[in-house]
Design a protein around this ligand. Sequence first.
Ligand SMILES: *Cc1c(COP(=O)(O)O)cnc(C)c1O
Length: 229
Amino acid sequence: MPIDQVAYDALKRYCDERGVQLIAVSKTKPNEDIMVLYELGHRDFGENYVQELVKKQEELPKDIRWHFIGHLQSNKIKYIAPFVSLIHGVDSAKLLQAIDKEARKANRQISCLLQVHIAQEETKFGFDLDELRKTAAELFLEKKYSHVSLKGLMGMASFTSDETIIAAEFQGLKSIFDEIKSTYKSEAEGFNTLSMGMSSDYKIAVEYGSTMIRVGSILFGAREYKVDS
Ligand SMILES: *Cc1c(COP(=O)(O)O)cnc(C)c1O
């Protein structure tokens, strides 16, 4: 399916008017599709699979900012550490430690978001609130992960058509985001990103304070289904 340029223009305007960043989720889509948005000036793209991301990064223009939004395995961090712009789905302290180690080797700071478990489904990854508070303290007070730059939080709402459930989950994520921000004030100066909302629920997410939405199918059309690793 060709890129829906009208949908892109409308979504881009929606985001610009609200100061929200748009991440175009290009997983499973070919380079030609990415280049259509690139030619329109878009630079932020999201990918879920390490191998696919590495290949695209090699083949496509170097000023693209690549966002890793999938479930990251520790042994694969090294492949994206040299170039990744933002890792959204950091879902354990163990993974954070592994990212810190690879960032040190790559001689750079890697920007990360901690993924919070807000959905009712057991299958979604992420920190629970106690672990999240503990990890934020390790980062901001103990400065435990010196090569990680914590930019904020990320979350995925339940897969449901019930908008009150989705709204409550996003509201919960926004309130823990605000809590961390106000707890660490000056230490958390760069902690400004709340990545929530996708094609089906981005309007609700923005209503509840999202600063970054991750949108795939509205822009690129439906995907052939591929199971997350
Ligand atoms: C695939 C994916 C998206 C985009 O989903 P759409 O419904 O196509 O907008 C956003 N976030 C994450 C984490 C994803 O895996």
